[in-house]
Write a protein that binds this ligand. Structure first.
Ligand code: SF4
Ligand code: SF4
Length: 160
C-alpha cells in the first residue's frame, strides 16, 4: 500500500477536487471528514488526498531530495486548516507508526529518510529517549520510514 501511495493520492485527490467543485460536499463537510480521518489515521490528508498537495508534488518533482525534505519539514508553518487540524491528531490517532526494537539493527536509514528526523535531532524513529516523529505536528504519514526499513521494524498499525 505504501509503495502505491501515488495511486491513492491521484484517486483521492481527484475525488476530493470533483466533490468540491461539483458541490457534492462543502468545505465544512470536508473539514469534518478530515477531522474524523485524522482521529483514525493522523495527518493523512496532505500526502494522500489533497488536490493542492498533488499539484505541489508535481511541481517540485525536479527538486533535490534535501530540498523536498526541507519543504515538507516547513510545510506545517503554512499548510491549511485541514493540515493544522489533522496535525494535532497525530498525537492521539488510533493508527500509529510503531517501532519494534527486537529486530532493529540500528542502521539509521529511517532517520535519514524522514524529513522530521533529518532536521530535528530530538526526534528519532529508533533511538531511545527520543521524541516519536510520527506524533509530531508535521508528520504527514508519508510512511517512507516504514517503507525503507530493511528489517520491517517499523509499521503503521492500530495502537494497542
Ligand atoms: S511518516 Fe515516517 S517518514 Fe514520513 S514524516 Fe512521518 S515519521 Fe517521517
Ligand atoms: S531503518 Fe529499521 S532497522 Fe534501521 S534503524 Fe530504522 S528501524 Fe532500525
Amino acid at each position: 500500500m505504501i509503495k502505491n501511495r501515488k495511486h491513492f493520492q491521484y484517486a483521492f485527490a481527484l475525488l476530493t477536487f470533483f466533490a468540491l467543485s461539483n458541490n457534492w460536499i462543502s468545505l465544512l463537510t470536508l473539514l469534518v471528514i478530515a477531522t474524523i480521518l485524522g482521529i483514525v489515521f493522523g495527518k493523512v490528508f496532505c500526502k494522500w488526498m489533497c488536490p493542492m498537495g498533488l499539484i505541489k508534488e508535481f511541481l517540485s518533482k525536479n527538486q533535490s531530495e534535501e530540498a523536498l525534505k526541507m519543504n515538507m519539514y516547513n510545510y506545517y508553518k503554512v499548510g491549511c486548516p485541514i493540515s493544522w487540524i489533522q496535525g494535532l491528531t497525530n498525537k492521539f490517532s488510533l493508527f500509529k507508526i510503531k517501532f519494534n526494537k527486537d529486530n532493529c539493527v540500528n542502521c539509521g536509514i529511517c532517520d535519514t529518510t524522514c524529513y522530521i528526523t533529518s532536521f530535528s535531532t530530538e526526534h528519532s524513529l529508533y533511538k531511545e529517549n527520543s521524541l516519536n516523529p510520527g506524533e509530531a505536528f508535521n508528520c504527514s504519514k508519508c510512511l517512507k520510514c516504514v517503507d525503507v526499513c530493511p528489517q520491517n521494524s517499523l509499521s503503521f498499525t492500530l495502537k494497542r
